[in-house]
Design a binder for this molecule. Structure first.
Ligand code: PNW
Length: 488
């Protein structure tokens, strides 16, 4: 049943529930051209268009984690986390994008990081792809080229060969919707193709197939030996109708099919394939627009089979909730926005963060969980990202409040049957927030980007998270001031 939000029961995270923090390669490593690393699409995009970055700071140096990984692991030990989610930079280990040339210095870096984690009993959770495609592969069309599926499989094979014996948790892709809808549909995300309604759909198909190929590769060649799990991280924000007008309720259903179903159905639905309503809608619009067939490419029956069941867990990146309303104006077409035909908003009384798209709505995590359970029959879930942005400063009470409220929602979701294995906070530390540069800070640790050493300092939220991991409850009389911990 659904619980009230005001009961006083103390809920607790199971002892085997895993707590961690996350980062990604481009956002923290720096050393963009050090030790033979190849150029990737974020290097190229921000070098060519420095003006798009809010504060002008790109990932050339970032947190310099390439040289500071021991300090990073020290912070993980301070926090007492069970796992660390980081990503491997494809072009750091394969400078040509292809597997013909392996950069041993790149391999050494990840080896050292992984060994340091294992030394302190911290489980590495490795993302294979977090937005940073080798530029040379982009020049060949990137994820719009169906051959990208093979390129990714080759890359995954190298990674599994090199690190498979040490890593038990794998994530193939981070947020296909960001990769495709933002990067191929839009222009504010590398590679900034800007061909919405066409390139985004080609990309989604190939990214999902590449994921599935890597999953099958692990299953056939490594699973028996190494016994790890392989999942994919999807952007799973919740969406509710702005009111109960039929047209808005229907638009909300459609929006969920395009933002959740499009990525989940091929892997987790009984029938497999893209959602029928999405296929129908894009086909109809495409024909009206004079295309010979749907702009959304089909999945063949083999592809449907390959994708179905191709994940050991669902990596859920959850940040916020939106209200949905049927679009009043005609949107530019073709585009995925026009195919969906909605307007999104957030109520003004939801607490704001430093990011325009991010307001606090903890109930949305709860409702998202119920939705996933109902539609996909209680899949195993790992929260692979959840976070909050602020400005500089160590007293991040808004992050602490957001964290605490979402943990209460998560505990309710678990009580109602959601199979959540763990939680991963975004992020361990401030980093390069794509085109927001360092103007939006997501870190539990603050990074001083002006300093040569990129000094890290614990924020209040780091101490609160540490305490929560120890206690495994969200304390009843919790307030930053009466927690008996202080920041210096
Ligand atoms: C994620 N939204 O992106 C990415 O995986 C991280 O690399 C990024 O730093 C982090 O979240 C914070 O932005 C998102 O609009 C971007 O809901 C946008 C949304 C969610 C996640």
């Amino acid at each position: 049943g659904i619980h009230g939000w005001s009961d006083t029961k103390v809920r607790r995270f199971r002892d085997d529930f895993l707590f961690g923090v996350a980062t990604s390669a481009y956002q923290v490593e720096g050393a963009w051209d050090v030790d033979d690393k190849g150029e990737n699409i974020w290097d190229r995009f921000l070098h060519e268009h420095p003006g798009v970055i809010a504060d002008g700071r790109n990932g050339d140096v970032a947190c310099d984690s390439y040289h500071n990984y021991q300090r990073d692991v020290e912070m993980l030990r301070e926090l007492g986390v069970d796992h660390y989610r980081f990503s491997i930079s494809w072009s750091r280990i394969l400078p040509t994008g292809f597997s013909n040339e392996i950069n041993e210095k790149g391999i050494e870096y990840y080896d050292s990081l992984i060994d340091e984690l294992i030394k302190y009993n911290i489980e590495p959770m490795v993302t294979l792809f977090h937005f940073d495609l080798p530029q040379i592969l982009q020049d060949l069309g990137g994820w719009a080229n169906p051959l990208s599926v093979e390129w990714f499989e080759d890359y995954a094979k190298i990674v599994f060969e090199k690190f498979g014996h040490k890593v038990k948790y794998w994530i193939t892709m981070n947020q296909p919707n960001s990769i495709c809808v933002d990067g191929y549909g839009g222009i504010e995300f590398a590679p900034a193709v800007g061909f919405s309604g066409v390139a985004d759909y080609l990309c989604i198909k190939n990214v999902l197939l590449a994921h599935a190929k890597a999953y099958r590769l692990y299953q056939t060649e490594y699973k028996t030996k190494y016994k790890g799990s392989v999942g994919i991280s999807l952007s799973l924000n919740w969406a509710d109708s702005v009111d109960n007008k039929t047209e808005n309720v229907e638009s909300t259903d459609l929006f969920r099919e395009f933002s959740i179903g499009l990525y989940m159905n091929p892997i987790w639905s009984k029938e497999g394939d893209f959602p029928a309503v999405v296929k129908k809608r894009v086909l109809q619009k495409s024909i009206e627009q004079g295309y010979r067939k749907s702009r959304l490419p089909e999945l063949s029956s083999e592809e449907i089979k390959l994708l179905k069941g191709s994940a050991d867990f669902l990596g859920a990146n959850h940040y916020t909730t939106y209200f949905v309303k049927k679009a009043e104006k005609r949107l530019p077409s073709p585009s995925i926005d026009d195919d969906i035909g909605v307007e999104l908003s957030q109520p003004s009384d939801w607490k704001t963060s430093q990011s325009s798209w991010l307001r606090s709505a903890p109930y949305g995590l709860y409702k998202m969980s119920l939705h996933i359970n109902k539609v996909y029959d209680y899949p195993a879930v790992f929260i692979t990202e959840h976070g909050w942005s602020t400005t500089k400063g160590l007293k991040d009470s808004s992050r602490v409040k957001n964290l605490r409220n979402y943990f209460n929602a998560l505990l309710l979701a678990i009580e109602d049957g959601t199979d959540v294995k763990g939680y991963t906070a975004w992020s361990l530390m401030d980093n390069v927030e794509w085109i927001a540069g360092t103007s939006e800070r997501f870190g539990l640790y603050e990074v001083n980007f002006e300093s040569k050493e990129k000094t890290r300092k614990a924020r209040l939220s780091a101490l609160v998270y540490k305490r929560l991991i120890e206690q495994r409850i969200v304390e009843e009389d919790w307030k930053p001031d009466n927690m008996n911990i202080s920041i210096t």
